[in-house]
Design a binder for this molecule. Structure first.
Ligand SMILES: Cc1ncc(C[n+]2csc(CCOP(=O)(O)OP(=O)(O)O)c2C)c(N)n1
Ligand SMILES: [Mg+2]
Length: 369
């Protein structure tokens, strides 16, 4: 399942400005982008890719329990993230590192979580309403819709919109269908942003659906649109238009961004067991960064800019590396500290029991020495 006649595209695979006919209505959004904004698109895509590769390496070196690569999905994420206002609420899955960074989340918060040092904590209120990562597939789609229903029932005084990210595999979860029902019924100010990266671990997208996924929301009464998710301009423009429609009372919108997960599902996965090289080659040719670099160069952007981005990416990667090495480990009793806001007698008793239990090993080891 790949590009169709319906796919909205602004840039060709080799980075030329070649909008498809169905892109015409979105072009005003592209035309109003400044040179600085275009440069920012590229900067964010390149920096997150470098950090992502660094984090995968850190996992291989035993520094992280797991890493969730986002390589290949940068344009879908960066374009859509820049389309949202800081006041909008964003509900991610677990691969949206570029979106997280754009909303102000320090990458170290994600690193700490995947090292097992935190339960995934950042306060959405202090991070431009970027909610927590969710590993339970599809559940965040219900959370987002519930939140959006609240906004709607309050009369949406601040013109807020809600955007939720989820994957092709998640579309088979009941939660997603339930969310679509409620979003349609309550005309929530909401954008469903599906990153179809073609795989749900080892299950290909054509096993999730007999029809292209952008067609599914029609059955719920929600307009769906398919975009080239490796085209940052299409991602930005269509998301901006969809958020505008949603926030101004037009009800929910559904975007299927066609992209590809170039890396493994996570560092625990080996995609060579289930994917073929031909498919990979097709998508590598449509690499979102190479495409946008070609576009920027065709507009006159020179080596100085691309070198400064490479330098920034290398600096941040090194920073992440150093900070990760300095993180230390977690003690098992920490698990009890976040169960309740205030101390609770049951968890306190369990914590005391664990301490005593661990101490017995320490004593035994001390005795044997
Ligand atoms: C409710 C639930 N079922 C199963 C899993 C195991 N699981 C983790 S990721 C994943 C695949 C998700 O694929 P997709 O929605 O396409 O997102 P992607 O990982 O490709 O970004 C599955 C089945 C889970 N985390 N939660
Ligand atoms: Mg997927």
């Amino acid at each position: 399942m790949s590009y169709t006649e319906a796919t909205v595209q602004v840039l060709s695979a080799d980075g030329r400005f070649a909008p498809t006919e169905n892109a015409a209505e979105f072009l005003p959004y592209v035309e109003r982008l400044t040179d600085d904004q275009l440069r920012d698109f590229h900067r964010h895509m390149a920096v997150i890719r470098a950090v992502d590769l660094e984090a995968s390496n850190l996992q291989r070196q035993g520094q992280l329990g797991i890493w969730i690569p986002s390589v290949g999905q940068e344009a879908a994420q960066v374009g859509s993230a820049f389309a949202a206002r800081p006041t909008d609420h964003i509900f991610p899955a677990y691969r949206e590192h570029a979106v997280a960074r754009i909303r102000g989340v320090d990458i170290m918060r994600i690193i700490e979580m995947l090292r097992g040092l935190s339960h995934g904590g950042w306060d959405p209120a202090e991070h431009n309403n970027f909610h927590l990562y969710t590993l339970v597939i599809g559940s965040q789609v219900l959370h987002a819709t519930g939140y959006a229903m609240g906004v709607q029932l309050d009369g949406n005084p601040d013109d807020e919109a809600v955007m939720v990210y989820f994957g092709d595999g998640a579309t088979s979860q009941g939660d997603v269908s339930e969310a679509l029902v409620f979003a349609a019924s309550y005309a929530t100010p909401q954008v469903f942003f599906l990153q179809n990266n073609h795989w749900a671990i080892s299950v290909p997208v054509d096993r999730q659906s007999r029809i292209p996924l952008y067609q599914r929301p029609a059955g719920f009464g929600i307009p769906g649109i398919q975009i080239d998710g490796n085209d940052v301009l299409a991602s930005y423009a269509v998301t901006a238009a969809s958020l505008d429609a949603a926030r101004s009372g037009g009800g929910p919108r559904f975007i299927e961004a066609l992209t590809y997960r170039i890396g493994a599902h996570t560092t625990s996965d080996d995609p060579t067991k289930y994917r073929d090289n031909e498919e990979m080659a097709f998508w590598v040719e449509r690499d979102p960064l190479a495409r946008f670099e070609a576009y920027l160069r065709s507009r006159g952007e020179g080596d100085a800019f691309f070198s400064s981005v490479a330098e920034e990416a290398a600096d941040l990667s090194e920073d992440v590396r150093k900070k990760t090495f300095a993180l230390g480990s977690v003690t098992p009793d920490k698990i009890f500290d976040h169960v309740y806001t205030d101390p609770h007698p049951v968890t306190q008793a369990q914590k005391a029991w664990l301490e005593e239990y661990e101490q017995r090993y320490a004593d035994a080891e001390g005795g044997a020495a």
